[in-house]
Design a protein around this ligand. Sequence first.
Ligand SMILES: *Cc1c(COP(=O)(O)O)cnc(C)c1O
Length: 364
Amino acid sequence: MNIPLSKICYLGNEEEYGIDAIKTRRISGQGVYVQKFEALIAEKTQRKYCLVVSNATLALELALRALDIGFGDEVIVPAFTFASPAASVMAVGAKPVFVDICEDHWTIDPAEVKKAISSKTKAIIPVDLMGHPCDYDQLLALGIPLIEDAAQAHGAAYKGKPTGSFGVASVFSFHANKAISTGEGGCILTDDEQLAKKMRLLVNHGMDPRNRYWHELPGRNYRMTNLSAAIGTAQVENWDQLVNRRKQVGATYTQAFAHKSLTIRKDAAWATPVCWLYTLTSPNSDFLIEYLRSEGIDARSVWYPLPDCPAYRHEKVISYKVTSRLAKEAFWLPTYGDMTREEQDYVISTLLVALENLKVLNDM
Ligand SMILES: *Cc1c(COP(=O)(O)O)cnc(C)c1O
């Protein structure tokens, strides 16, 4: 059996809306689905303004630009995450400052963030990692604007408040491996009317919406197509179900591996996490991944510590000890909304066999 790491799950009107967009020739950046999609996400996350864009990496860049962050400025980012936060900081000419994550729930460590603050610090980009929200009371108390990267955390909550609602600007990704997906895509959320207006300008060439070709700002093109938004609209209509299905997949894995020689994330008491990609850790992760892969299961090791990568090696680092250990030991198991019981049983039984083989090897 071949099991992919992830794939998009359709539960409703994706085909119908997608075909409608194609038939009506509304497949560029304008159309009814763009507006519908934006309204539905804003409602779901309790935010005033939502702008959909072509991906979450550009959404982060857009937020930084709109907040006038650039040359000479510093932005604090986690050392352990997909690279977009650090890359977008550098794309606007500012400097990322890397800090470590918490030992238990793997999100950015507020105590380390505090150490990283300097007179140049203009923002923090906390990442709701693997679907677990950051410790927002602690982060907000630092008094520095947050640009929340909720790319992996659709439907999670911190003390009952949804992820995506904590930043001056917050972003979601709709990449193919995310719980809510348009293949490629992202959005940015805010409650600040001025900021929303400025981002609307920047998204569309800096053009005055009432006066075409009158450029208020040197903007760019970050638009999402109406075709993508059609798929997204259908996805958001089933937001809770799509999120809950992945949660169920996660719960089944946790039950199967709870008493084995594997470690799982320790969720914080204040968190209502979701399951993005199910993550386990083991000092023998290389052996386990290789075994799973040889049996057709697309298990994967997680990201390298960003401060080790050539792209970021010369940037400022406060600490990344937990990151370094986790980067070696953590790995993902296939996780998607329409994973069948049979597929999941195959992953579980294969990993249990791998663990048995490991025991035999270690006892030799
Ligand atoms: C997926 C992801 C992104 C990037 O999203 P794209 O839409 O692919 O650009 C950014 N940050 C995090 C934490 C992600 O997981």
